[in-house]
Ligand binder design. Structure first.
Ligand code: ATP
Ligand code: MG
Length: 230
C-alpha cells in the first residue's frame, strides 16, 4: 500500500517488541502523534526510546501490535516508499567520503539550488560559509572532520532536501559546545516545523516546541501529555 498524501499522523497501537533472545524492549505501547506535531520521548538509558523510534522506518518489526502512518500499517508499505516519507536521524550519523553537498544529497542528482535552500532553511548559511570550501568542503577520510553536532546538521539537511513528512530524531548524547548546540536545536526546530516528529530528547531545550511528551520506563509509556503537565 501507499501512504496517503499530506501530513501523516503516527500511531503506535498495543506495540510489543523484543530483540532476538531478549525480554520485551517495548510492551503495551499506545501512543498517537497527531499530524504536524512533535512528540518528545524521554526516559532513562535503556528504556526503549531508540527502539520505539526505529519501528517507524521499519528498521525493526513489531512482535505484536502495529505502527500506523496516516492509518496505514508500516508493514504494508513498500519499503522504498516508506523511507522516502520517513526521515531518521540516529545517534550516529554516517559521513561519506565526498563533499558536504554530496553528503547532503547522498549523491542523488539534485540541483545545487535545492541544497542551498535546505541549508538556508535550517539556518546554516554561516556554518557552511565558515567551512574551508563551503558546500564543496571535502569530508570523510583525509578531509575535514565534523563534530558530532555538525554531523547532526548534515543529517538534518539530508532529510530536508528529500522533504520527508515524518521526522524521527534520536539525539546524540555527546556533549556539544554552546554554539553548536544552539545551531542544532534551532535547525531541528526548523526541520520539525510542519512535519510530524518523534524526538528522542536528552536535552530539555529540544523538548520545548514538542506539543506532547511521552515518558518511557522499561519499555512502557508511563506518562504522556502536554509538556506543561509533566
Ligand atoms: P539510550 O538513552 O541509552 O539511548 P534507549 O532508551 O534508546 O537508551 P534502547 O536502545 O531502545 O534504549 O534499548 C532498549 C532495550 O533494548 C535495552 O534493554 C537495550 O539493552 C536493548 N537493546 C537495544 N538495542 C539492542 C540490540 N540491537 N540487541 C539487543 N538488545 C538491544
Ligand atoms: Mg537510544
Amino acid at each position: 500500500a501507499d501512504l496517503p498524501s499530506g501530513p501523516l499522523d503516527v500511531v503506535f497501537s498495543d506495540l510489543h517488541f523484543a530483540y532476538a533472545g531478549g525480554r520485551f524492549a517495548l510492551e503495551h505501547v499506545d501512543l498517537r502523534v497527531p499530524a504536524g506535531t512533535t512528540c518528545a520521548l524521554v526516559g532513562r538509558t535503556g528504556s526503549g526510546k531508540s527502539t520505539l523510534a526505529s519501528l517507524i522506518s521499519r528498521a525493526v518489526e513489531p512482535e505484536r501490535g502495529s505502527v500506523l502512518l496516516g492509518g496505514v500499517d508500516v508493514l504494508d508499505v513498500d519499503l522504498q516508499h516508506l523511507r522516502s516519507a520517513v526521515g531518521v536521524v540516529t545517534q550516529r550519523t554516517e559521513i561519506l567520503a565526498g563533499t558536504l553537498a554530496e553528503n547532503i544529497t547522498l549523491f542523488e542528482p539534485l540541483a545545487r539550488e535545492q541544497v542551498e535552500r535546505a541549508v538556508a532553511e535550517l539556518g546554516l548559511d554561516d556554518w557552511v560559509a565558515g567551512l574551508p570550501a563551503g558546500l564543496d568542503t571535502v569530508l570523510g577520510p583525509g578531509g575535514t572532520t565534523l563534530s558530532s553536532g555538525e554531523e547532526q546538521l548534515v543529517a538534518f539537511a539530508r532529510l530536508l532536501v528529500r522533504d520527508v513528512r515524518v521526522v524521527v530524531l534520536d539525539e546524540a548524547t555527546a556533549r556539544m559546545d554552546r554554539v553548536t548546540e544552539t545551531q542544532v536545536v534551532r535547525a531541528a526546530e526548523r526541520l520539525l516545523a510542519g512535519r510530524t516528529g518523534l524526538l528522542v530528547a536528552h536535552r530539555l531545550s529540544t523538548t520545548e516546541r514538542a506539543e506532547q511528551v511521552a515518558v518511557l520506563e522499561r519499555g512502557r509509556v508511563v506518562q504522556q501529555g502536554p509538556r506543561s503537565r509533566l
